[in-house]
Design a protein around this ligand. Sequence first.
Ligand code: RB5
Length: 148
Amino acid sequence: MVIALGSDHAGLSLKNEIIEHFKKKDIEFKDFGTYTIESCDYPDFGEKVAVEVAKGNYNLGILVCGTGIGISIAANKVPGIRAANCSDTFSAHACREHNNANILTLGERVVGVGVALDIVDAFLNATFEGGRHTFRVNKISDIEKKYN
Ligand code: RB5
């Protein structure tokens, strides 16, 4: 499993904590930036990671901004992306199990590092349950097609 990572300046520090966490756990990743604390725009990094995940170049994505909200809204504009902004571990595994979320977004200004890393683990360790959820997730794709 290879994870695509991205953040804006407000999510850089938490993204770096996630990178250290991945190194310790031997989880493969690629960091698509930003790499400095210079102010930048979260849609740029949301789009970069979302396109890579939508193309199938990476299994899952993790994006961080101040709230996790802006970067999730941006990522969700890319067809095929189901980005979930989570602040708790229940949502983090449920969004994989029920919604087949392919990107997790986090808010550095919302959750502490310890909780954030637990959320990351819950997201990565969960799997889509299929069954009745497949039909519902397909309905999301249908909406996407209807307005494209
Ligand atoms: C940057 O100040 C902040 O607006 C951004 O990181 C994010 O929280 C937007 O949703």
